[in-house]
Ligand binder design. Structure first.
Ligand SMILES: Cc1cc2nc3c(=O)[nH]c(=O)nc-3n(C[C@H](O)[C@H](O)[C@H](O)COP(=O)(O)O)c2cc1C
Length: 201
C-alpha cells in the first residue's frame, strides 16, 4: 500500500480497523501531479460497486481533470464557496457528486439517493488511499450555480464537490489552513452513536 498519509493524520482508532480506513483523511494541500488514468478508472470503479437501495445506483459524477477538462475544472472551482475556493482549485481532479432523486424503474421518489451516493463516495475514498491518493469532499459549494454551469436536469441533486489528488505538504498552505491541516483528528465516542438494544438520546 502506497498511502501518503503523514503519521499525525492516521486515525487513532480505539479498536482495530484496516489501515486504509485509518489512513483516509481529507487534505487541503495537493501535489501538482496529475492523477493517472488507471488510478482514476479505479476510483470510479470503486464507486460503481457501492451498494444502493433497489440497486438503483443513483450516483452521477461530473469529472474534471485540470489538464484535460480544463474549462469544467475551472467552472467547478468557481462553484466552491468560502475557504474551499482557496485550496481546492489546486487539486488536479475535481468532481461533483450528483444523485438521481427518483427510481429509474417507476419515477417514484428515492429517499435513499443521498445516502447511496455517499456510500459510493466512501468506497472511492477507501480506494484512493490504496493508490496513495486522497479525496476531500465539500458541501461548501453553490448547488444552483453548479446546476446551471453543468446543465444538471430536474430530478438530479448536486450533493458534494470533491477534490482529488496526491496529498501535498501542509506548509504549502496559508497559515490558517495549515493549522487546520495539522489539528488533531477527533471523533465522537462510539458510545455516543451506537446504542445497543434501543435508542438512547
Ligand atoms: C458531505 C461532506 C461535506 C464536507 N464539506 C466540507 C467543506 O465544504 N470544506 C471542507 O474543507 N471540508 C469539508 N468536508 C470534510 C470534513 O470536514 C472532514 O471529512 C471531517 O472534518 C473529518 O476529517 P477527515 O475526513 O480528515 O477524517 C466535508 C465532508 C463531507 C463528507
Amino acid at each position: 500500500m502506497d498511502a501518503m498519509t503523514p503519521p499525525d493524520r492516521e486515525a487513532p482508532a480505539e479498536a482495530p480497523i484496516e489501515a486504509l480506513l485509518r489512513r483516509r483523511w481529507s487534505p487541503r494541500s495537493f501535489q501538482d501531479r496529475p492523477v493517472p488514468d488507471a488510478a482514476l478508472a479505479s476510483l470510479l470503479e470503486a464507486a460503481r460497486w457501492a451498494p444502493s437501495c433497489f440497486n438503483a445506483q443513483p450516483w452521477h459524477l461530473i469529472v474534471a481533470r485540470r489538464e484535460r477538462e480544463t474549462e469544467a475544472h475551472a467552472a467547478l472551482a468557481a462553484c466552491l464557496s468560502g475557504n474551499n475556493r482557496r485550496w481546492a482549485p489546486q487539486a488536479p481532479v475535481l468532481m461533483l457528486a450528483v444523485a438521481r432523486t427518483t427510481f429509474p424503474q417507476d419515477g417514484s421518489p428515492n429517499r435513499h439517493a443521498g445516502y447511496d451516493t455517499g456510500a459510493a463516495m466512501a468506497q472511492m475514498a477507501a480506494q484512493a488511499v490504496v493508490l496513495g491518493l486522497q479525496i476531500h469532499q465539500m458541501g461548501g459549494f453553490d448547488p444552483h450555480r453548479a446546476r446551471e454551469a453543468f446543465a444538471i436536469p430536474d430530478g438530479f441533486e448536486p450533493y458534494a464537490a470533491i477534490a482529488i489528488g496526491y496529498p501535498g505538504p501542509a506548509d504549502a498552505l496559508p497559515e490558517d489552513l495549515r493549522a487546520r491541516e495539522q489539528a488533531p483528528r477527533q471523533r465522537r465516542a462510539v458510545a455516543d452513536f451506537a446504542f445497543f438494544g434501543g435508542w438512547r438520546a
